[in-house]
Write a protein that binds this ligand. Structure first.
Ligand SMILES: NC(=O)c1ccc[n+]([C@@H]2O[C@H](COP(=O)([O-])OP(=O)(O)OC[C@H]3O[C@@H](n4cnc5c(N)ncnc54)[C@H](O)[C@@H]3O)[C@@H](O)[C@H]2O)c1
Length: 271
């Protein structure tokens, strides 16, 4: 396999390079040598008895990356491509898996914290009914064909014609109504709305989220949207991740602070 190691002349990169060469992979290194010496690579070549393809340059420069990727194909870049399958063609088993995930990943998770009747989450979610949203949902599969999660995202106006009966629990009905009006207050006509991005717990931390976000940015750009918007609980790990990706907080909904000790924030990424 052809593997690109960025920062490959550094401490960790050079050790990985040696290990890959010993396993007969081809190693391509991109490094600007700001904190390393080309001598490290020469030593790796000596130890392994194999050659490294070295590009000296800054990873932040598009022209440098084009040069690296145009020079030769790099398999690692395609090692675990994700496949998106429209929700409407998924089977019942997969739809159930998605329904299960929704509660753990959207603002609805807090409803389960307030689940006074201890109804199981799948039953709750089935009552909430994902059927009307299947057009906007895409199930996500790893290169091994395993479903790893799903994404529910589309231009905001595509959601407008969806009529949903809120059937999961009366006591969170006011939260739903407040949420809808909060979104309506901040949305703009050319927004691309991420309702939910969910990865199964065992599939998190594998770099899938970055791929999903890139895919969504591409979709939104193709549809000529100006912003990507979403709502998350302020203190959730997701809120921190989206901030790191450049999303800015536009507004916050304090309606349920007393009950959940948290607020929902509206975030936007300008494209
Ligand atoms: N060494 C550790 O124990 C350790 C532990 C956890 C995390 N990390 C992280 O792993 C990464 C690598 O660590 P390391 O110890 O190998 O560091 P390092 O400084 O030895 O290697 C980083 C390499 O990246 C290169 N580089 C820096 N900026 C670049 C740029 N803009 N374009 C191209 N190349 C660039 C440097 O020249 C260097 O060769 C770092 O982000 C570090 O924070 C390291």
């Amino acid at each position: 396999m052809y593997v690109l190691i960025t920062g490959g002349a550094g401490y960790i990169g050079s050790h990985i390079a040696l290990s890959l060469l010993q396993k007969n992979h081809h190693v391509i290194v991109l490094d600007n040598l700001c904190n390393s010496s080309p001598l490290a690579l020469t030593r790796v070549e000596t130890l392994s008895g194999k050659k490294i393809t070295f590009h000296q340059g800054d990873i932040r420069r598009r022209a440098v990356l084009n040069q690296v990727f145009n020079h030769q194909p790099i398999d690692c870049q395609k090692a675990s491509p994700l496949c998106f399958k429209p929700g409407k063609i998924t089977d019942k088993y997969e739809q159930l898996a998605m329904a299960k995930l929704i509660f753990s990943t959207s603002y609805l998770e807090y409803c389960s914290a307030d689940n006074i009747y201890a109804t199981d989450l799948i039953t709750l979610q089935l009552r909430q009914n994902i059927q009307p949203f299947l057009q906007q949902i895409a199930a996500i599969y790893s290169s091994q064909g395993k479903m790893v999660g799903f994404v529910n995202a589309a231009p905001i106006q595509d959601y407008d014609h969806i009529k949903v009966e809120y059937g999961y629990r009366q006591e969170v009905f006011p939260l739903d109504v407040a949420y809808d009006s909060f979104v309506n207050q901040h949305r703009q006509p050319d927004d691309f709305f991420i309702c939910s991005v969910a990865l199964l717990p065992e599939e998190q931390g594998k770099g899938y989220f970055n791929q999903i976000l890139s895919q969504l940015v591409e979709q939104a750009t193709q549809r000529k949207m100006r912003r990507i918007i979403l709502c998350v609980w302020q203190s959730s790990p997701a809120s921190m991740i989206y901030r790191k990706k450049g999303f800015k907080v536009i507004g916050s909904m304090k309606q349920e602070v007393a009950r959940f000790n948290d607020e929902i924030v509206f975030m936007a990424l300008t494209l």
